[in-house]
Ligand binder design. Structure first.
Ligand SMILES: NC(=O)c1ccc[n+]([C@@H]2O[C@H](COP(=O)([O-])OP(=O)(O)OC[C@H]3O[C@@H](n4cnc5c(N)ncnc54)[C@H](OP(=O)(O)O)[C@@H]3O)[C@@H](O)[C@H]2O)c1
Length: 274
C-alpha cells in the first residue's frame, strides 16, 4: 500500500473535512493534485481549492462521479441522501464510496444507490483539520478488504484510523467523534480556575494548551496506560492528590462516563432519524 494512488477521486462537498483530507493526501504524496477533483455548490470554495492545492473543481456532481473510481461524500449529513439520489444514475458497482457524514448508515447509502455499491463509512473528528484526527471506518455490505485499505489510506492522511464493525460506530462517535469537545470543556474549567487563582488569560491559555497537548504526546510516546501516567504524577499528600481527591469525591469520573453514554444514545437516535 505504499504506491501512490493511480485512480481518480472526487470529493462531493469542498468543505473543511475535504480540505483537511486533501491537504494530507498531497503532503503525504499518496495522490497527485491532478488525480483529485472536488465539487461544491459554492464557486468560491472551488476557486480556493484550485488556488491553494491546484485541485480542479466542478459544480456538476454527476459529471464529477462519472470519471472517478473513488467518491468521497463530504457534504453535511442532512444533504447526503439528496446527493445520493442525484448521483444514483451515475453510480455503479465499479465505484467505491467513502462517506464521512455523521450518522448515516451504510444501508441508507446502499439503498439510495440502487446497485451493489461498495460503501465504506467513516467517523472522523475535528483534529483532522490539523492532521491529528482520530477516525474509525467500517465496511458496508459490498465493500471489500481492498476498499477498506483505500479508505484507511485516504483518512490516514489526516490522522489515526481504526477499523470497527458498523454496530460500534455510535460508540466511536461518543468517544472520539464528540471527544474533542470534552477536552475543550476541561480546558474551559482550567481557564476558569486559572482566572480565579490570578493568572492572566493569555498566560493561562498557553499553559493549558501545552499541558493538554503535552499529556497526550506523553501517553502516545510512552505507550503507557493513562492510569499509570496519572499515578506517576500523583505523590501521596501532594497537590495533584488533593485535586484528584475532590474529583473522586464528587463522582466526576462517573459523570464523564454518563455523558458519553448520553452521546452514544443520541448517536443511535440520530441514525434512526429521531
Ligand atoms: N467537521 C468535522 O469535524 C466533522 C467530524 C466528523 C464528521 N464530519 C462530517 O464530515 C462532513 C463534512 O463536514 P464539514 O465540516 O467539512 O462540512 P462543510 O464545511 O459544511 O462542507 C460541506 C460542503 O459541501 C457543500 N455542499 C452542500 N451541498 C452540496 C451538494 N449538493 N453538492 C456539492 N457540495 C455541496 C457545502 O456548501 P454550502 O456550505 O454552501 O452548503 C460545503 O461547502 C459532514 O457530513 C460531517 O458530518 C465532520
Amino acid at each position: 500500500m505504499s504506491a501512490a494512488w493511480s485512480g481518480r477521486m472526487v470529493f462531493i462537498g469542498a468543505g473543511n473535512m475535504a480540505e483537511a483530507i486533501i491537504k494530507g493526501l498531497l503532503q503525504a504524496g499518496w495522490a497527485a493534485a491532478d488525480r483529485i477533483r472536488v465539487t461544491d455548490v459554492d464557486a468560491a470554495r472551488l476557486a480556493h481549492f484550485a488556488e491553494a492545492y491546484q485541485v480542479g473543481g466542478l459544480t456538476d456532481n454527476v459529471e464529477a462521479v462519472s470519471d472517478a473510481e473513488l467518491v468521497v461524500l463530504a457534504v453535511k449529513p442532512q444533504g447526503l441522501l439528496d446527493v445520493m439520489r442525484q448521483l444514483q444514475p451515475a453510480l455503479t458497482a465499479q465505484h467505491l464510496v467513502l462517506s464521512i457524514a455523521a450518522g448515516i448508515p451504510t444501508g441508507a447509502i446502499e439503498d439510495a444507490a440502487g446497485c451493489s455499491l461498495r460503501v465504506v463509512r467513516a467517523m472522523p473528528n475535528t483534529p483532522a483539520l490539523v492532521g491529528r484526527g482520530a477516525a474509525a471506518i467500517c465496511p458496508g455490505r459490498w465493500a471489500t478488504a481492498a476498499d477498506l485499505d483505500v479508505a484507511e489510506r485516504v483518512l490516514g492522511a489526516a490522522g489515526v484510523v481504526v477499523r470497527v464493525a458498523e454496530s460500534q460506530l455510535d460508540a466511536v462517535t461518543a468517544i472520539s467523534g464528540s471527544g474533542p469537545a470534552y477536552v475543550f470543556y476541561l480546558m474551559e474549567a482550567m481557564q476558569a480556575a486559572a482566572a480565579e487563582l490570578g493568572l492572566d488569560a493569555d498566560t493561562a491559555l498557553r499553559l493549558i494548551v501545552a499541558t493538554v497537548g503535552g499529556s497526550a504526546a506523553l501517553a502516545e510516546q510512552r505507550g503507557e496506560a493513562p492510569a499509570v501516567l496519572r499515578q506517576r504524577v500523583t505523590s501521596k499528600g501532594g497537590t495533584t492528590a488533593a485535586a484528584l481527591a475532590v474529583l473522586e469525591e464528587q463522582g466526576v469520573r462517573d459523570r464523564w462516563v454518563e455523558a458519553m453514554r448520553a452521546a452514544h444514545r443520541r448517536a443511535g437516535e440520530l441514525a434512526r432519524g429521531e
